[in-house]
Design a protein around this ligand. Structure first.
Ligand SMILES: Nc1ncnc2c1ncn2[C@@H]1O[C@H](COP(=O)(O)OP(=O)(O)O)[C@@H](O)[C@H]1O
Ligand SMILES: [Mg+2]
Length: 377
């Protein structure tokens, strides 16, 4: 875990950061994002003491980094920057092995690790080990930069706009690669960018900065859904959530007050409730809100015995979906079940809401209309 505690950084009278507090959990990929000059690089370089704090503390796994030897500290933290920082007179292999060699690891161990790392970043060791940086494309150089940062088995990796100079396709490729690597290796990564799409693609948590202050620190999903104020909203782009349908959940699109019925009521009463509420189906729940079954108007009207209880005639297997089911999954369920609506339940089986085919269409279409309107602004 990396903790900033009351950190201040100033250059002469110019205060860059003040009262800065941030916790980065181990194994998380946290993206620092903000416009140019807001202090991202400063924050990153303070973690490996390339820049010293003016006051306050930074702790790594509970230890104040001030008390550690800065050279050792730097070796134990991977660092990737935009200009790769590869040594031009060294081969790919030599570049990757600098720190492990300095650490005195055995040649055999280093060899094996280098091959593994090259494979990890999608470069064939046979083909690339002995090349020099100038013989590589920008994307390949940056892959080597990433491999080098992982070479020392560092627990923490700092990345300062590592993909910013790459063309959009290579950039997306490398983001994908990094995402996969992170899933496997679970490092603590602090990643700086000024690009929101990149942040959304990579981050476990995003920290939005402005003039050295944190405006919002949260998961991509929460930032998209509840941007903290107009600056964040603007930064995120109002309709960004709709470009990430997998982040839209059943609970975001459901009707939250579906019409329910006590299953001990009889058919006549059921029909009466449907008429009153102008619905063509009822969800039967128990006292605790647990979903027990459902009945449609079509079915209930066919029941001869109007005194029969709802529980005797209802379908007791109401295929319900979870609150956190994503929009694409939801659409798939709708298509497979050929049903007009789906109850939404929480993990305990309690009814939370109802998604209907038409409410889904309304939500989707109103969003597209809004997006169309925005283009004209
Ligand atoms: N060595 C320095 N001396 C004076 N000011 C600096 C120095 N380094 C950075 N700054 C200032 O600190 C602020 C934050 O810089 P930086 O952390 O590089 O921003 P970012 O990476 O977010 O673009 C900027 O206003 C920059 O001009
Ligand atoms: Mg910077």
């Amino acid at each position: 875990m990396i903790e900033f505690r009351n950190v201040k950084k100033s250059y002469k009278s110019n205060i860059i950061l003040e009262n800065f507090n941030l916790n980065i959990d181990s194994g998380d990929l946290v993206v620092l994002i903000g416009s140019s000059g807001c202090g991202k690089t400063t924050l990153l370089k303070m973690i490996n003491r390339l820049i010293e704090t003016t006051s306050g503390e930074i702790l790594v796994n509970g230890k104040n980094i001030k008390e550690e030897d800065p050279i050792k500290l730097r070796r134990s933290i991977g660092y990737v920057i935009q200009q790769t920082g590869l040594f031009p007179h060294m081969t790919v292999k030599e570049n990757i092995e600098i720190i492990p060699k300095l650490m005195g690891k055995a040649d055999g161990v280093i060899d094996k690790k280098t091959n593994e790392l090259l494979n990890m970043v999608g470069l064939d060791p046979e083909q690339f080990s002995d090349r020099y940086p100038v013989e590589l494309s920008g994307g390949q150089q940056q892959r080597v930069g990433v491999a080098r940062a992982f070479a020392a088995d560092a627990e923490i990796i700092l990345m300062d706009e590592p993909f910013s100079a790459l063309d959009p396709i290579t950039r997306t490729e490398l983001q994908e690669e990094l995402f996969n690597i992170q899933r496997e290796y679970k490092k603590t990564i602090v990643f700086v960018t000024h690009d929101m799409d990149e942040a959304l693609n990579l981050a476990d948590k995003i920290c939005i900065l402005k003039d050295g202050e944190i405006l919002q620190y949260d998961t991509p999903e929460n930032i998209l859904k509840n941007p903290a104020g107009p600056y964040v909203e603007d930064f995120v782009g109002k309709n960004k959530i709709w470009s990430k349908p997998e982040m839209i959940r059943a609970e975001d699109v459901m009707i939250t007050n579906p019409v329910t019925v006590n299953p001990k009521r009889n058919v006549l009463q059921g029909i009466q409730i449907m008429r009153e509420k102008k619905v063509d189906s009822l969800l039967a729940t128990d006292k605790t809100g647990k979903l027990l079954g459902f009945v449609t108007l079509e079915k209930i009207q066919k029941v001869e015995n109007k005194k029969a209880l709802i529980e005797e005639i209802m379908s007791s297997d109401p295929a319900c979906v979870c609150e956190d089911m994503s929009l694409p999954e939801l659409l798939e369920v709708f298509n497979n079940l050929k049903r007009g609506y789906l109850p939404v339940c929480n993990a305990e089986g309690k009814l939370r809401g109802l998604v209907t085919r038409s409410s889904l269409i309304t939500v989707l279409s109103s969003q597209y209309i809004e997006m169309g309107g925005n283009n004209d602004e």
